[in-house]
Design a protein around this ligand. Structure first.
Ligand code: KIV
Length: 263
């Protein structure tokens, strides 16, 4: 992915788009060496990296720090940055400042949760040359209103609203759209009803691409096992095993060995 235009091309070519959420330079460097298309610097950083209970705790400053680290690790990868909690609800000037800070930190695009009430901001950012990715379904910044991280769009009214929001985002110029935790059939129907690509997380196989949080796919958190997050590694076990191997080697005087010491 070199630009937001490649997302549209991928959907037209029916080539699945592969995204991960990552937050630091080291991981970004590994992602850049992989076959993954692009990095989302998600506001999930507030939970995964900073240990907060929700993404409500992400700030523009926090996101800028992570975006610039990811950009340093992956200088040539397409990077999308989350607009954090309330950053699109403080008026147009504040939203422009936040988006500008993220773009100047190295993002190629921003992602905005929901659409109602910030339509004007989305149109303005797109008109200012900032590619905007939408985010519908489970919008974690609204966790306190949604009563937890639950599957959305299960009833006909919610599903119809989501369909309408997807079409509205397309009309407003969004280049792509994350669909989080919605029934697979609804995600497929939304994907078919818009020309822009949809990126699913917990939304089944009928989207134009998928996104997973990198520490989830690496299995780093032993206690976090959502249904949708396939683990490609027992990262928790691997890291724990390495740490215990190190501790035991130090205690048994096996580390450092002579070849690991300076003469
Ligand atoms: O913050 C994040 O990581 C996200 C993805 C889960 C889509 O928004």
């Amino acid at each position: 992915m070199k630009s937001s235009l490649d997302f549209a091309r991928a959907k037209r070519a029916r080539a699945p788009i592969v995204l991960v959420a990552a937050y630091d330079a080291l991981m970004a460097r590994i992602v850049a060496a992989s076959e993954v298309d692009a990095i989302l610097v998600g506001d999930s950083a507030a939970m995964v990296v900073h240990g907060h209970p929700s993404t409500v705790h992400a700030t523009v400053e926090m996101m800028v720090t992570h975006v610039s680290a990811v950009r340093r690790g992956a200088p040539h990868l397409f990077v999308i940055a989350d607009m954090p909690f309330l950053s699109v609800r403080r008026g147009l000037a504040a939203a422009v400042d936040a988006a500008g800070a993220l773009m100047q930190a190295g993002a190629n695009a921003v992602k905005i949760e929901g659409v109602a009430g910030h339509e004007e901001i989305i149109v303005h950012l797109v008109g200012s040359g900032i590619p905007v990715m939408g985010h519908l379904g489970l919008t974690p910044q609204a966790v306190n209103q949604l009563g937890g991280n639950r599957v959305q769009g299960r009833n006909a009214r919610d599903a119809a609203r989501l369909q309408a929001d997807a079409r509205l985002l397309e009309k407003q110029g969004a280049f792509s759209l994350v669909l989080e935790c919605i029934p697979a059939a609804l995600a497929a129907a939304v994907t078919d009803s818009v020309a822009i690509p949809t990126i699913g997380i917990g939304a089944g196989p009928g989207t134009s691409g998928q996104v997973l949080v990198l520490p989830d796919l690496l299995g780093l958190d032993a206690d976090f096992r959502p249904r949708f997050a396939r683990r490609y590694l027992d990262g928790h076990g691997a890291v724990l095993g390495a740490l215990n191997g190190y501790a035991r080697d130090v205690r048994a005087a096996r580390f450092p060995a002579p070849e690991e010491a300076h003469a």
